[in-house]
Design a protein around this ligand. Structure first.
Ligand code: ZN
Length: 103
């Protein structure tokens, strides 16, 4: 994926404040993280980890790509290992796993 094409979440200031307070977002050293409403894990709030969406006010889906694909293809591969490898090495593990699923 071309790094320049990555879309970051763009919450308005009041939404950002609200979500930081209620746990919807988290600030880490390398930027803003968004909590997936399905797996409840935090992922970088950009289009590498969330599909972009017009329905969410920050421009990203409320669930991560893995959960989105799991909903869409409920009989697909187990995503447990995908999530684990994403945590261990999300740049390589998560993206290649998502690429494998979408092939
Ligand atoms: Zn998720």
């Amino acid at each position: 994926m071309n790094i320049e094409n990555i879309v970051k979440a763009k919450p308005k200031p009041d939404l950002l404040r609200k979500r930081l307070k209620n746990g919807g977002y988290r600030i880490e050293e390398d930027g803003l993280y968004k909590r997936c409403t399905t797996c409840r894990d935090y992922w970088p709030a950009d289009s590498e980890f969330f599909f972009s969406s017009v329905s969410d006010t920050d421009g990203l889906n409320c669930y991560c790509k893995a959960c989105y694909l799991e909903r869409r293809y409920p009989n697909g591969r187990s995503l447990k290992q995908i999530r684990q490898s994403a945590k261990d090495n999300y740049n390589a593990g998560y993206l290649s796993a998502v690429a494998m699923m979408t092939r």
